[in-house]
Ligand binder design. Sequence first.
Ligand code: SAH
Length: 252
Amino acid sequence: MTGFVSLVGAGPGDPGLLTLRGLRALQEADVIVADRLGARAVLDGLAAEGVTLDAEIVDVGKTPGHHAVPQDAINELLVTLAQDGKRVVRLKGGDPYVFGRGAEELEHCRAHGVDAEIVPGVTSAIAVPAIAGIPLTHRGIATSFTVVTGHDQIGEIGGGRDHTVVLLMGVGTLAHSAMVLARGERGADCPVAVVEDGFGDGQRVTIGTLASIAHQAARRKVRSPAVVVVGDVVALSVYAPEELRASVPASS
Ligand code: SAH
C-alpha cells in the first residue's frame, strides 16, 4: 500500500505556534523529513515539553559546515518513502507556501502517484515582526504589506511608508535593498527593523532607518535568519527608540 505525504508548516520555531493539525500529523508519522530552520527547533521544543514522537527523523536542512540536501533529492526521498508505504511528514519552517517550495514538493508527489496534503503554518513573515511588537498593518499607519526576498526586484515595489515591506532571506542583501527602497517614495529616514532568530535564544531586534540600517547591522554583526521590516509600523515596536515611537499615534 502506498503511504502518504503531509507537507506541514512548522511555524517560526516555537512549538506553541505549530498547528494542532500539524501536531497530529507528526504524531501519526512514520518518518519526518525536517528542515533546519523552524522545523528542527519545533521538534526539539516538543521533546522538551514531553511530547514523544515515534517517527524516524531525517534531517535535510543545512547545518553549519554541511550542505543542505538538494531539492531534487528531497523530492525523490518523499516519493520513495511513501512508495514504501510510510506515512511521511515533510516538516518545513514557517508556512510551506511562503518561499518554501512547498508547491513543488506537493506537485512532485502527486505526479508520482503519491497522495499528498498541505498543512499551512504560521509564516515568519508575520510572526517574527509580531514578536518584536510590529504589526504589518495598523489603522492609520499601514494598509498593506508585501513580502519579498532580498533577491527579488525590490526596486519594483511601489508605495510609501504606509505600505510595509517584509524581506525574507534579506541579511546578505540588506545594504542594497535599503539603498534601493530609500530612493523611492519611502525616503532615507523611513524606519526599518531587523529581527534576528525570532522565538529563538538569539532573538535580537535592531532598529534604524533606510539610511542607517546597513551600517548598524554590520556593527552589530546581524546574522541570518532574520526578518527585515520597512515602514512606519516599525515605530510601534516596543524596541523602537522613544523619539521614533512618539512620531506615530499608537492607534487612530
Ligand atoms: N517558509 C518560511 C520562509 C522560508 S525563507 C516561512 O513561511 O517563514 C527563510 C527565511 O525566513 C529566513 O532567511 C528568514 O528571513 C526567515 N525566517 C524564518 N524563520 C525565522 C526566524 N525564526 N527568525 C527570523 N527569521 C526567520
